[in-house]
Ligand binder design. Structure first.
Ligand SMILES: [Zn+2]
Length: 347
């Protein structure tokens, strides 16, 4: 089968033949239909995830596929099931690391990977969904969209008509804008350094846009929206300066959720730290791992919400590509011009 392999840190992926190893206890063989590309993979390609020692290895952690074979001990899925492939742990067996063969040598990989035509996954990294759940929705629920919904629901606990500001409008930021709208946040403000994101903010959530490279965000909040601070800031860039600038924008009782991770070893500055105490409630700065979404509980629920019209994924996927052209898609993602890019594995 074909797969995209990270052979060398900071180099294009190698699209090549990779052989599947045997399934061990608790493993599931999945035929991948579509996979998203997430900022975490850019970090892995750059070697920022402490992963340089594991190369060559496979990548990708949000996908949709069909179960081809269930290994010994697997009870939660069976051959023919449609599944969401996700990086957070759900219920089921936590298996050993899957094994493959690449260039004649054994290659281990993570418990879920999606940049390949077939993938061996740990049972607890796949969640069955109805056969008619749209493939793109399922892939988005593997990471980006579930993280965004979890951040809004579990971490920020957004109430209707609270203000939500999303800083950094890549794929995850786009998902956060959508999730904020579904929570009936108002206003929703998107902050980025690229002007073309203005249309995207309008299309995704009907919200306001501020270009932080051109104007002072605090000034823009006051001038355009007439508000001194916001109830919720969701910081997706992980850039230390961006985080430092965002935290002082919190209003009374505000919550700043850090989704993007600073580089290893980097420090953060708390500007005018006294403001965090506020005058009545105090403010919260919280780092989250994937919005604490729980795949077994939340993914089927999000699919039901979609099917009943409470969620949509319009304008989240802006580009499609094939496994063969994955390096072009990675360059596009780095350029900031895409929201989510879907890889069609069978194409
Ligand atoms: Zn991700």
């Amino acid at each position: 089968m074909k797969a995209a392999v990270l052979e060398t840190i900071n180099a294009p992926l190698t699209v090549a033949d990779v052989e599947l190893g045997a399934l061990s206890v608790g493993q599931v063989l999945v035929r991948v239909l579509v996979s998203g590309i997430c900022g975490a993979q850019l970090q892995e390609i750059a070697g920022n995830k402490n992963n340089a020692k594991f190369v060559p290895h496979l990548l990708g952690h949000e996908g949709c596929g069909i179960v081809e074979e269930a290994g010994v001990g697997v009870t939660r899925v069976k051959k023919g099931d449609k599944v969401v492939m996700h990086w957070r742990k759900g219920e089921g067996i936590e298996s050993d690391f899957p094994s493959y063969v690449f260039r004649g040598k054994p290659m281990r990989s993570g418990k879920v990977t999606t940049f390949s035509e077939y993938s061996i996954c740990s049972e607890n990294r796949v969640t069955p969904v109805p056969a008619d759940a749209p493939n793109d929705l399922c892939a988005l629920l593997g990471c980006g969209f579930s993280t965004a919904l979890g951040v809004i629901e579990h971490e920020a606990q957004v109430r209707p008509h609270e203000s939500v500001m999303v800083v950094g409008l890549g794929g995850l930021g786009a998902c956060c804008l959508k999730a904020a709208r579904f929570a009936r946040a108002n206003p929703v403000i998107g902050v980025d350094i690229h002007d073309h994101k203005k249309e995207m903010v309008a299309a995704l959530c009907g919200g306001h846009f501020v270009n932080s490279a051109k104007e002072d965000v605090a000034e823009a909040l006051k001038r355009t929206l007439g508000m001194p601070g916001v109830d919720v800031v969701i910081e997706t860039t992980g850039v230390a300066q961006s985080i430092a600038n965002a935290i002082p924008l919190l209003g009374e009782g505000g919550r700043c959720i850090l989704v993007g991770q600073p580089k290893p070893g980097e420090s953060l500055e708390l500007k005018m730290a006294n403001h965090l105490f506020g005058s009545a409630e105090g403010k919260t700065v919280k780092a989250t791992q994937g919005g604490r979404f729980m795949p077994t509980r939340d993914i089927p629920r999000y699919v039901r919400m979609y099917q009943s019209g409470l969620l949509d994924i319009e304008n989240l996927v802006t580009h499609r590509t094939t496994l063969h052209d994955i390096n072009g898609a990675i360059a596009l993602l780095k350029s900031g011009k895409a929201n989510r890019i879907m890889i069609d594995m069978a194409a």
